[in-house]
Design a protein. Structure first.
Length: 113
């Protein structure tokens, strides 16, 4: 799956984000009281690849995003731990969703073609 312009969205805490994240990832803290307001400010027509530490919080974030009207949202299943175990998840150009092992991305919404 390769979608130009995919926004990588981290829903981890500020401290977790500081300890490591994918390049060019935008952070919105799922545990923050302003999470709903922050996602309301995002482009609902954009494509988002969302991750957290293990996949639990990203799943909650995607549920909230789809309830808010987002249609192109994807959960990077397994969270940052899965990416850290890949051969080269930190390359400067950011993640290429074509390189994710089959079964790692869970789809929410519509798959862009």
């Amino acid at each position: 799956m390769k979608t130009p312009g995919t926004v990588v969205l981290v829903v981890r805490t500020p401290a977790e984000y500081a300890s490591g994240h994918l390049p060019a990832a935008r952070r919105i803290n799922i545990e923050g009281s302003d999470f709903a307001n922050r996602i309301a400010g995002l482009d609902q027509n954009a494509t988002y690849a969302v991750y957290c530490h293990s996949g639990n919080r990203s799943r909650v974030a995607l549920e909230q995003m789809t309830a808010a009207g987002f249609t192109h949202v994807y959960d990077l299943a397994g969270g940052i731990g899965t990416w850290q175990n890949m051969a080269d998840p930190w390359r400067p150009a950011g993640p290429d969703l074509d390189d994710i092992p089959l079964g790692v991305v869970r789809t929410f919404g519509t798959i862009p073609r």
